[in-house]
Design a protein around this ligand. Structure first.
Ligand SMILES: [Zn+2]
Length: 183
């Protein structure tokens, strides 16, 4: 899941407009934001697998994407917002953990319970549906964007740039399509 995380951030924003947008968009992507430097630092590992969808293998992502660490990052990121009240902090924590929940059906079983755990979760739609996963994610994105658009339609103070925002999310998903990445 890639663009879908941002769609989740927008849907959460629609339910909690008082939560800062920049914080929500950082929260929903946080586990992937951590993954980058963790790979560079050598504490997580990924490799390319040309011909085997989705084209890469996440060999060790226990520090960014395990169940326990996702909860730790969610609690830690949420705590940064305690100054804005417990509700906002909770919403931020939920936004971080939404990443884990949305990755779960897509990833092959590479999401450990905790760092070093032998048990890995992941339904593996990326592998089971070499191109169909893209439509599955699109359906999720459509539902989430609908929640956002609905709020913008009923609330004049919300989502003034909604169509530009929707376009960017759909563009990100189009760029991430199996047909483009195969080129
Ligand atoms: Zn992820």
């Amino acid at each position: 899941m890639y663009a879908g995380h941002f769609a989740a951030g927008l849907a959460i924003k629609a339910r909690a407009p008082e939560a800062p947008t920049w914080g929500l968009l950082t929260a929903v992507g946080l586990l992937d934001i951590l993954f980058g430097p963790f790979v560079l630092a050598g504490i997580e590992r990924a490799s390319l697998t040309p011909g085997i969808p989705p084209g890469f293998s996440l060999d060790f992502i226990d520090w960014s994407h395990s169940l326990v660490m996702s909860l730790v990052w969610a609690a830690g990121f949420g705590a940064l917002f305690l100054g804005r009240g417990r509700r906002i902090a909770g919403i931020m924590g939920f936004a971080v953990f939404s990443h884990y929940l949305m990755d779960l059906p897509m990833h092959p079983p590479d999401m450990a319970l905790w760092p070093g755990s032998a048990t890995h979760l992941g339904l593996g739609l990326w592998r089971m549906l070499p191109t169909g996963w893209w439509f599955a994610e699109l359906a999720v994105i459509a539902v989430l964007l609908t929640i956002y658009i609905r709020r913008a339609r009923n609330d004049p103070s919300f989502g003034r740039h909604r169509w530009a925002v929707v376009f960017v999310v759909l563009l990100l998903h189009a760029i991430n399509s199996p047909w483009l990445s195969a080129v």
